[in-house]
Design a protein around this ligand. Structure first.
Ligand code: AMP
Ligand code: MG
Length: 419
């Protein structure tokens, strides 16, 4: 018989859903979001490409000089001893020289200047002996040297960026270099967020002492404040099936996703269950994770629904572990290069029980020898929001792992890139 009460033996409880399986179930149940927007590249940072970016021309477009020097035909390179060539003109970046250059002649050429048809080799200015109108060179030069070849960076017709690319500043520069000003990006996702609980009050309200200020809506609002998301604030909902039903039904008419916090733990969950039984298909899971064991997930009409635990740390941890991957999957993000998980040494022991994933708040620290290590923020209670605020990384202790000793390697997910 599975205990429904959370207690200190609950890790021995069977039927807890491992984190990886929960993520897989969530991702496979998500609807795909159609629709795109055409925007200027200036506004594209943090959006997801809906189209492929194809190079309309070679980069560089033409052969050009990689250095300041003298351009000549390789036939005039001496095989032994020295050769002298007459300088007949100059070519600059943006001011090409396009007339003929006869054998035995060369031109002065600056970095970035186009290579005229009759020449194919550039000698660095430091490697010539310069007299009035001529240069003398030795026999140590190679045909074709010091020239950037057309298309050596990007070939015309090449797929430079793929659909699903999460657009970075470098990508925007790359598109600009190809003369592209407007692109198709995935449309924004509309996400509605609510807090629940009769004890929860808004900042600005007077706290008689028995109430709790709503922090979840603020931390989640900030976590969701991104260029690819449009937020709808549903406020604080009272613990009654009617209030929840009413608000979630309205939200499901306009939002791609509804996220609520609180009201999913044992006892409390009844209101949410009663409400959701009437309006959608939502499962109530107990996940093998600490903090954040209870999680409701499913659909209300066409909206995806997440019911996160009310404890402020549990709400944030489950947001980053379950909701964020879901959002990024719905946005079609396939190619995001900025949220790595890395292995680092912990400088302290960490208590851990096998049989659940533990997400510990950590602080990355640089050592005198410049290497990085990680330690915990101290107390790890799921109500201690200051542990999230002090942290700059999650330490992810895997399902099967037990007590971690100082000096062992642990998986670390830095907040930089995640937030
Ligand atoms: P629940 O999951 O509703 O049982 O809530 C668990 C704990 O988190 C309770 O102590 C709640 O008062 C607290 N809590 C729930 N929602 C919030 C919120 N929006 N902001 C701050 N604390 C909350
Ligand atoms: Mg509650």
């Amino acid at each position: 018989m599975i205990s429904t009460q959370a207690n200190c033996t609950d890790i021995y409880e069977s039927g807890l859903l491992p984190v990886n399986q929960a993520v897989t179930k969530i991702i496979s149940a998500l609807p795909s979001i159609e629709g795109y927007q055409v925007i200027n590249i200036e506004k594209a940072k943090g959006r997801t490409l809906f189209q492929a970016i194809i190079a309309p021309f070679n980069v560089p477009q033409h052969n050009n000089s990689a250095v300041d020097g003298y351009a000549l035909n390789a036939k005039d390179l001496p095989t032994k001893g020295y050769a002298s060539l007459e300088i007949i003109a100059s070519a600059y970046a943006g001011k090409p020289f396009s007339e003929n250059i006869s054998a035995g002649n060369c031109i002065r050429i600056m970095t970035g200047a186009l290579i005229p048809d009759d020449v194919n080799t550039v000698i660095m200015q430091e490697h010539v002996e310069l007299t009035d109108h001529a240069i003398t060179i030795d026999n140590r030069h190679k045909a074709g040297q010091n020239i950037r070849i057309a298309g050596e960076d990007i070939q015309q017709g090449a797929e430079v960026l793929k659909p699903g690319r999460f657009i970075t500043p470098a990508d925007i520069g790359l598109m600009a270099s190809l003369g592209i000003s407007e692109i198709k990006v995935k449309r924004k996702l509309k996400v509605a967020i609510a807090s629940t609980g009769n004890e929860i009050i808004s900042i600005g309200d007077i706290n008689s002492g028995s109430s709790t200020y709503d922090s979840n809506r603020y931390s989640l609002y900030a976590a969701l404040d991104r260029p690819d998301i449009e937020l709808v604030n549903l406020g604080i909902l009272e613990d009654s099936p009617e209030a929840l039903l009413n608000s979630f039904n309205q939200a499901s008419q306009m939002a791609d996703m509804i996220i609520s916090t609180g009201g999913v733990s044992v006892g409390d969950a009844d209101h949410t269950k009663t409400a959701l039984k009437q309006s959608g298909q939502v499962d109530f899971w107990k996940i093998a994770i600490k903090p954040g064991r209870p999680l409701a997930f499913g659909h209300i009409d066409k909206s995806v629904f997440f019911g996160l635990p009310g404890n402020p740390v549990a709400a944030m941890v489950t947001f980053y572990q379950f909701v964020l991957p879901a959002l990024e999957s719905m946005l079609g993000i396939k190619d995001k290069v900025i949220a790595p998980k890395i292995q680092l040494k912990t400088t302290e022991d960490i208590r851990k029980k096998a049989g659940r994933t533990e997400i510990v708040r950590g602080i990355l620290q640089q050592q005198p020898d410049d290497s990085w290590v990680v330690k915990t923020t101290g107390k790890q209670g799921s109500g201690i929001l200051s542990s999230m605020s002090m942290a700059n990384a999650f330490i992810i202790l895997e399902h099967d792992r037990s007590f971690v000793k100082a000096g062992e390697m642990v998986t670390v997910q830095p907040f930089a890139g995640l937030f």
